[in-house]
Design a protein around this ligand. Structure first.
Ligand code: ASP
Length: 346
């Protein structure tokens, strides 16, 4: 008898888990009774076990939730071939990026998905997202999983988790990866983009996870008129360790003396400042304009084409690990989980 891949389905909350009760109110869906609700799931070539966390709206997700999830995956790692995480869409890209860093030697699929329309509504996108995510999590080639990284599946596309952004609160195609190609596209068949999929360096049944994340991180989005006193106040907050600076275009910021000085003083106090662009697509290139060169010269680190979600969670991960400041800065210079495209690579 053929052994089917074993998948752990972890339900965390969000719209996908909602159905209408007899009175028409949206109530949580019982995923442990999933086969009764979606009988076609039985036809999938995977064995599914369900684990339900306390369901929450993903706007309430905190790093402690990521730690809980990482621990669940670690504790079940040897017993399962893959993991599907059902998550609210609002912060799914943050959770995907955080897990990509926290699951340090991951060699099995962790696929996040959710839906824009509740599972209990006839026109739901949740059923297709769930079924395909399960199929992808169980997909193997030569006895190894095809996907062995944290990925996000939504509306016919599988993306690298730490490259995604929620781009629409309305369209069913809610997520996109602007700077990295999809890992798979789903039509009549599932077409995997094998050259884009990361290959693990080792296969072990012991998953190493990081469980301490820094809470000393902030995002500062530039806008014309940002005030010196407010910027100075933010950068002087006690406990601040890392700043994701969302700059204009290809990494540009004002050249005013006060602006550069305030940032430089923070960097000299040991605060790490990483430059990501406010644009959805494209990369920071701090040597292109005078407005970027100024930032580089004071020690602002380039975030290349990283999303804000990836930059925030990478900083939380690196700064939470008791690493010396220099080591954190060095780890920001290269992609540790494929989260950015290094210069010179198309
Ligand atoms: N507010 C919901 C959440 O993120 C939205 C959704 O799931 O689509 O949990």
């Amino acid at each position: 008898m053929e052994i089917k891949p074993k998948i752990l389905l972890i339900y965390t909350g969000g719209t996908i888990g909602m159905r209408r009760d007899a009175g028409g109110t949206l109530v949580p869906f019982d995923f442990s009774a999933m086969y009764e609700e979606i009988p076609s799931l039985r036809r999938l070539e995977v064995d599914i076990e369900v684990l339900t966390m306390t369901p929450i709206d993903s706007s309430n997700v905190m790093p402690s939730r990521w730690v809980e999830l990482a621990e669940i995956i670690r504790d079940n790692y040897a017993r399962f071939d893959g993991f599907v995480v059902l998550h609210g869409t609002d912060t799914m890209s943050y959770t995907a990026a955080a897990l990509s860093f926290m699951l340090e030697n991951l060699a099995k699929p962790v696929i996040l998905t959710g839906s824009q329309i509740p599972m209990g509504i006839l026109r739901t996108d949740g059923r297709e997202n769930l079924i395909t995510a399960l199929e992808i999590a169980g997909a193997q080639r030569d006895g190894r999983p095809i996907i062995s990284e944290v990925a996000l599946y939504f509306q016919n596309r599988l993306f690298r988790g730490n490259r995604t952004t929620k781009r629409s609160a309305e369209e069913l195609s809610a997520f996109y990866s602007y700077n990295y190609p999809p890992l798979a596209e789903v039509g009549v068949n599932i077409s995997y983009n094998h050259t884009a999929i990361s290959k693990p360096t080792e296969y072990s049944d012991n998953l190493q996870i990081a469980t301490t994340l820094s809470d000393g991180v902030v995002v500062i989005k530039l806008f014309p008129g940002i005030s010196e006193s407010i910027l100075r106040a933010i950068l002087s907050v006690e406990g601040l360790k890392g700043v994701v600076l969302e700059t204009y275009g290809s990494g540009n910021a004002p050249t005013s003396e006060w602006f550069i000085k305030v940032l430089e003083e923070a960097i000299n106090r040991g605060i790490i400042v990483i430059n990501v662009t406010q644009c959805a697509g494209g990369s920071v290139a701090m040597d292109l304009y005078e407005t970027g060169v100024g930032l580089r010269s004071i020690g602002v680190v380039s975030g290349h084409d990283m999303t804000t979600e990836a930059a925030v969670t990478k900083l939380m991960y690196l700064l939470g690990g008791n690493r010396p400041n220099e080591e954190c800065r060095a780890a920001l210079e290269y992609p540790i989980r494929g989260e950015f495209t290094p210069e010179g690579v198309a």
